[in-house]
Ligand binder design. Sequence first.
Ligand code: PSU
Ligand code: MN
Length: 306
Amino acid sequence: MSDLVIAPELRGALDDLRPIVALESTIIAHGLPYPRNLETARLLERTVRAGGALPATIAVLDGRIRVGLDTGELERLARDGAAMRKLSTRDLGFAAARGVSGATTVAATMAIAARAGISVFATGGIGGVHRGAELSFDVSADLAELARTAVAVVSAGAKAILDLPKTLEMLETLGVPVIGLGTDVFPAFWSESSGLRLEKRCDDPAQVAAALAAHWRLGGAGAVIANPIPAADALPRDLVEDAIESALADAERQGVHGKAVTPFLLARIEASTQGRSVAANVALAVNNARIAAAIAEALCKQKPPP
Ligand code: PSU
Ligand code: MN
């Protein structure tokens, strides 16, 4: 616990078991361009507050693992952008020991949130099994973290650049429940539906909280709350698919691999959709922050186990 620097306003909230929503920083530093990323980071925090919870944006600054950033720290994260390291769970110890600064992925943010005592986390879309993973073995560490860490991740599914059927298969293998929020299908990030059916559905935050509380009482770890992008903000599936195909071809030609793949693809798709993908990404992330606040609040109202 001593390795974490918890923002003052969050310390009291943690002690009093008030609702808190963790927010990641990779989407800010690597997922969106400046200054759109700073505006988005602030908008996400405001959305969580408006929903009655406290935001805890997580990042590593000069080796300090920060839970809750102040205005200057958020600004630094957004301004340094791609110059910030992208830190996954395995990078945290090294970063802390060596004074490194970096943005945390879904996996690393979950790991830190759990240590801080925060159980609800909002992001855009989780990482998963990349297309062509049967050859590249590129599977996001987000899935491994979901398998072991008891945090609920509110997302618009997995990023559509991924192989969504294989991502769902892996989540099943790893024992991670995927709960559709008001939907029977897995969302496709920028679009409302991937066409892939889900078994579990909840229709409001209280139902989600009850399912999560029971999941954790029974020793479960991570859970994905799949919350589709609002219809008004969604992009047509075929437009997105074309953009993804050409981005993947560019990545292949340029030999992009490892953790550079996801930011590269997102930037290419932004260019080929004239920024529409970024607008949709912001809209879905805000929608997730709103729902996450409601789930965090509902979890606080859950009766303790008998
Ligand atoms: N969702 C977004 N934009 C992002 C990401 C998610 O809308 O940039 C980030 C998350 O931090 C996620 C990471 O954990 O991409 C996955 O990267 P990889 O595929 O290298 O594991
Ligand atoms: Mn990867």
